[in-house]
Ligand binder design. Structure first.
Ligand SMILES: Nc1ncnc2c1ncn2[C@@H]1O[C@H](COP(=O)(O)OP(=O)(O)OP(=O)(O)O)[C@@H](O)[C@H]1O
Length: 110
């Protein structure tokens, strides 16, 4: 039944996080563009991996934010620091994914 709880967690992240919705939208767009541009199987694996790291980062960030708010509801410098670092991990994943997407898609477009 672990799958049901996992689905509940992903569903919560989707409903509560605007960024997660945007990332899902970009992921679907990337998959559609992959088919339109007929990228290779290995290139498609990189796209899947890129999508996964961003979604995993966003889920982790969401969990960390909830955990911080739970253990430290008030203002605390360290609570803010943890959230900033957590936001940083999403940014690193997003930049890496954008680079991978650009390296795969751009040469096929221009
Ligand atoms: N309890 C806190 N103590 C100190 N600073 C905080 C605290 N909560 C948030 N902050 C600061 O505000 C920033 C934004 O925090 P917030 O919880 O609103 O996250 P967010 O990035 O806006 O995420 P989301 O929009 O997904 O809820 C944090 O990165 C941190 O710098």
């Amino acid at each position: 039944m672990g799958f049901v709880y996992a689905a509940k967690g992903i569903s919560y992240a989707f409903k509560s996080q605007v960024n997660f919705k945007i990332e899902i939208f970009i992921a679907l767009a990337a998959i559609i563009i992959s088919f339109i541009l007929k990228i290779s199987f290995h290139e498609f694996l990189w796209i899947i991996l890129s999508i996964a790291i961003v979604l995993i980062a966003e889920l982790l960030n969401t969990a960390i934010e909830i955990l911080v708010d739970f253990v430290s509801p008030g203002y605390h410098e360290k609570a803010g620091r943890i959230k900033d670092i957590s936001a940083g991990l999403v940014l690193v994943a997003a930049i890496a994914s954008a680079c991978i997407g650009a390296f795969i898609f751009l040469p096929k477009l221009f």
